[in-house]
Design a protein around this ligand. Structure first.
Ligand code: COA
Ligand code: ZN
Length: 306
């Protein structure tokens, strides 16, 4: 059975890295991930360069990445971002709105209602340009400012996206506040209300529950996950943000469980290790350190000798 991976390191990971990563290095990593079999990614984001300086090279990144082998779906926070992203050749737009006013204000300086006003124009533009929109729902499992988020807050935002014409949505645990029963409960309610809409789960690891959450979601029927090479990532507007699920850890576990991710684990580990050398800091990923199960392959890709 297939599981689809949406790679988010080039957006969610790079956005939070303190030093500017040179554009050609970003492109190098993106190329390696595509070479490893990644077919969809948040390649960058078209946001205010003052808000997120790391993403100021969004158009250059888009101009330098291989096309037609991977769906490039940059994140956009408003109409201006959507215009810039489509002009740079985005295949799909990921629009982000938080489920709570408090996080949306911190992230994009708008209330949820204000963001929804922009959303109408974004949908119109995307329709004109024949590109799908994916609606990301940030802090769907808990808000660092408000605390608990009600299921209705999530459904209201999902409804706005879906009735507006979103082709798919993202349920994002931006803050790593989810636990398996919360995942199962929200997914049950969500799939009952919106049975035909494809969705991805975006799981951060702030409290060490991300992989358990993925497993719970998998058992509940989820078949698309966001993850980030090396486990980098974190919302700049979440205090003490932690990384995403490392893509190579996810691929390792899923493939061993018999799922088909279409991703070459060895090539992905090599990309994660290359990213670590570029960034010059130990990354959170585990499989990039321990390697695959086969000791010979582990030795080859991670230089481990027992
Ligand atoms: N891309 C590039 N520049 C943008 C932009 C975009 N999508 N949206 C606005 N700008 C520019 C405006 O042109 C303006 O520039 P100027 O001062 O040179 O005239 C400036 O940013 C301010 O525009 P304004 O509409 O008033 O935005 P703001 O200051 O209220 O900020 C956002 C709102 C949404 C643009 C900003 O908060 C943002 O980019 N947030 C992104 C947060 C993020 O990426 N979080 C992590 C991912 S979840
Ligand atoms: Zn994230």
């Amino acid at each position: 059975m297939k599981v689809h991976i949406r790679e988010v390191a080039p957006r969610d990971g790079f956005q939070s890295w303190p030093d500017f990563i040179p554009t050609d290095r970003k492109i190098e990593i993106i190329r390696m991930m595509i070479e490893a079999g990644i077919t969809e990614m948040e390649t960058t984001s078209f946001v205010s360069p003052r808000a997120i300086p790391q993403m100021r090279d969004a158009s250059e990144v888009m101009a330098g990445v291989p096309r037609n082998v991977c769906i490039h779906s940059p994140l956009v926070p408003n109409l201006k971002g959507a215009q810039l992203a489509l002009d740079s050749g985005a295949d799909k737009l990921v629009v982000v709105i938080s489920t709570t006013d408090a996080h949306n204000l911190a992230n994009v300086r708008r209330t949820v209602e204000e963001s929804l006003i922009d959303l109408k124009a974004i949908f119109e533009l995307a329709r004109e340009r024949k590109k799908p929109v994916m609606g990301a729902m940030a802090v769907a499992f808990g808000c660092p400012y408000q605390g608990d988020v009600t299921d209705d807050q999530v459904y209201r935002l999902a409804d706005a996206y879906i009735s507006g014409g979103a082709a798919s949505v993202i349920l994002a645990d931006t803050t790593g506040m989810a636990t398996p029963p919360r995942i199962v409960k929200l997914l049950e309610g969500f799939t009952k209300r919106f049975p035909t809409i494809p969705y991805s789960l975006h799981l951060h690891n702030n409290r060490g529950t991300a992989m358990a959450n993925l497993y719970a979601a998998l058992e509940a029927g989820a078949r698309t996950f966001d993850s980030a090479l090396g486990g980098i990532g974190g919302c700049p507007n979440v205090p003490l943000a932690a990384g995403n699920l490392p893509t190579e850890d996810v691929v390792f576990m899923l493939e061993d469980m018999g799922y088909d991710t279409g991703v070459d684990l060895m090539k992905l580990i090599a990309a994660a290790r290359h990213l670590e050398s570029i960034l010059g800091k130990t990354l959170p990923g585990q499989v990039m350190k321990s390697g695959p199960r086969d000791p010979k392959l582990a030795a080859a890709v991670c230089g481990i000798t027992h």
